[in-house]
Unconditional design. Structure first.
Lengths: 143, 412
């Protein structure tokens, strides 16, 4: 059985607990950015683009065996690192779990500033968009 | 203060001491504030003036017969006179208090909306802030008028010959900035105005980035409209100025209706108040208007030319220092340039650079600076921008340099 959204969040909080300074934390985020399951180039289209004033984010979702699989990309690496965390938490989960997910871990690992709507980096919209995809898949399933 | 031949060399440590906000740590590092083109910090004298207003003379202006109302009205009108003098406007009633630059432009664009006809043309430049694009688009769209754009060259200088070609008998107004917020380019305002006047076309100048760094004489420039914001010139937010030549302000219809802007009201009709009150509906930002005068006094005490000389020296130093960083690309290398450095470092996104600099206590602006057409012109998503004020130091630029080296190391 796959790990639950809650378990993965706790895992991430543990991992980030090792950093007592911002620099190794951001180095790690940069590394995570490089590991992000990248969106297929054919999906990097205008309608999958989440525009922010600061950085741009592309997001794609597919339903695979009843689970939602997310791929994404961004032009900024720190944004990519955070997306990588969001994808790790929400990808390969059932639509219902994604819709109901509480993304509290972002607060706990002190990256909240990147998810402030005023940062306009596309991440807040991205979480919303991930949930919309899940909701759409859920609705389809119930039909 | 020590004087050289041209300028007084400022005692920056003494000046810094007047700005309480600068003496704090951000992310455990001393704050280095380089986002001055967005908003400058306030000296103690400005902060005190806000508090003094509310502690001593607060009351509504222009209508009370009582003592406090008289004092507040006097202070407000004295401030208007200070600003008239500072801009060398001919008449005091040519100085209109607004909410800021954006509000000033909207006031004028709204007025022209009523004067426009289908097929008329409005000229703006390719390096405008959205505030000096969108109000004109709104006006043009409603009346079927057309927006024409003065292009710029690769150095971020407007192409004068192209501007000359755009002017014709259909042109109703020209609007451009004195100094570009995203690029730092200082535009040849006087020459551009003279060119428009050959066709009897009025010119609106967005001076938001100019007033903190340059002495502006609206009569010498022969500007028809000139505007700026208080908060970029060490004053409070929410207040700004529109200067307009009397003849033009008389021609424009009122912007908003309400108290103060009327002479007589009946249900059959209303006659409007004289200038400047025609454009100042409702209770204004009284404290802001008064304290903007304090801020103008502040820069005049130091000397705008001395401030500009210090900032220019900082910029030269920064360009030299940052220019040594491999992959450093300056965006906007106009010959005539104010103390704004907009740049990219090869392969590094502005958001990434800005985030790390913030961790180092260094405040810069990243993104498109509300000037997306400017970014499109250079085919970039945005830039990192460091803009200087009187309180910035060479040490802070050294820290910016070190910070950028750190950024390069992290994102290599």
């Amino acid at each position: 059985m796959a790990e639950s959204i809650q378990d993965i969040q706790e895992e991430i909080v543990d991992e980030f607990g090792m950093f007592d300074d911002w620099m190794p934390k951001y180095d790690y985020l940069i590394e995570l950015g490089k590991e992000l399951p990248l969106i297929d180039e054919q999906y990097k289209t205008e309608d999958r683009l989440i525009k922010g004033c600061q950085s741009r984010v592309w997001l794609h979702a597919e339903l695979n065996d009843g689970k939602v699989v997310f791929t994404a990309d961004s032009d900024a690496i720190i944004t990519k690192g955070i997306i990588s965390l969001l994808v790790r938490v929400l990808s390969n989960q059932e639509p219902e779990a994604i819709v109901n997910a509480d993304m509290a871990f972002i607060d706990e690992i002190d990256l909240k500033e990147h998810l402030s709507p005023t940062r306009a980096n596309g991440l807040v919209s991205m979480i919303k968009q991930m949930k919309y995809y899940a909701l759409a898949f859920q609705a389809k399933k119930e039909q | 203060m020590i004087s050289d031949s041209k300028h007084t060399v400022l005692d920056i440590e003494k000046i810094r001491a007047e700005f309480p906000i600068l003496h704090q740590e951000v992310n455990k590092r001393p704050l280095a504030y380089f986002d001055n083109a967005a908003s400058s910090q306030k000296p103690q004298v400005v902060i005190d003036a806000i508090s003094n207003y509310y502690s001593t003379i607060n009351s509504n202006i222009h209508r009370g017969v009582h003592h406090l109302s008289q004092l507040a009205t006097d202070a407000y009108e004295q401030s208007r006179e200070k600003i008239r003098k500072h801009l060398n406007a001919e008449k005091k009633h040519e100085i209109i208090f607004t909410k800021g630059t954006t509000d000033s432009i909207n006031l004028v664009a709204n007025g022209f909306r009523q004067l426009l006809q289908e097929g008329d043309e409005i000229i703006v430049s390719a390096m405008e802030h959205h505030s000096n694009i969108v109000p004109w688009q709104l006006a043009a769209k409603e009346k079927g008028a057309i927006i024409r754009v003065i292009p710029m060259n690769d150095n971020a200088e407007l192409i004068f010959e192209e501007y000359q070609k755009l002017l014709n008998e259909k042109t109703k107004i020209v609007a451009f900035n004195h100094i570009s917020n995203a690029l730092g380019t200082i535009n040849p305002v006087k020459e551009m105005i003279a060119e428009a006047h050959k066709y009897n076309v009025p010119v609106m100048v967005d001076g938001a980035q100019a007033i903190p760094h340059t002495l502006v004489d609206v009569q010498d420039l022969d500007a028809d409209f000139y505007c700026f914001s208080s908060h970029k010139v060490y004053g409070p937010t929410g207040i700004g100025i529109l200067y307009g030549k009397e003849e033009w302000l008389e021609k424009l219809p009122p912007y908003q209706g309400g108290g103060e802007m009327i002479k007589e009201v009946s249900f059959e009709g209303t006659t409007y108040a004289e200038l400047p009150h025609k454009f100042e509906a409702g209770t204004p930002h009284i404290e802001g208007g008064i304290v903007l005068g304090t801020a103008i006094d502040y820069i005049n005490t130091i000397g705008v030319e001395n401030i500009a000389a210090h900032e220019h020296a900082l910029m030269e130093y920064a360009l030299e220092k940052l220019g040594t960083i491999e992959g450093f690309n300056l965006i906007g290398s106009a010959k005539n340039k104010a103390a704004v450095i907009s740049f990219l470092i090869d392969g590094i996104h502005p958001y990434d650079a800005g985030t790390i600099l913030d961790k180092l206590g260094i405040a810069v602006r990243t993104g498109h600076h509300c000037a997306q057409p400017t970014m499109s012109r250079f085919n970039i998503p945005g830039t990192v921008r460091a803009s200087f004020a009187v309180y910035n130091t060479y040490e802070e630029i050294d820290r910016l340099h070190e910070g950028l080296l750190k950024v390069k190391q992290m994102f290599a």
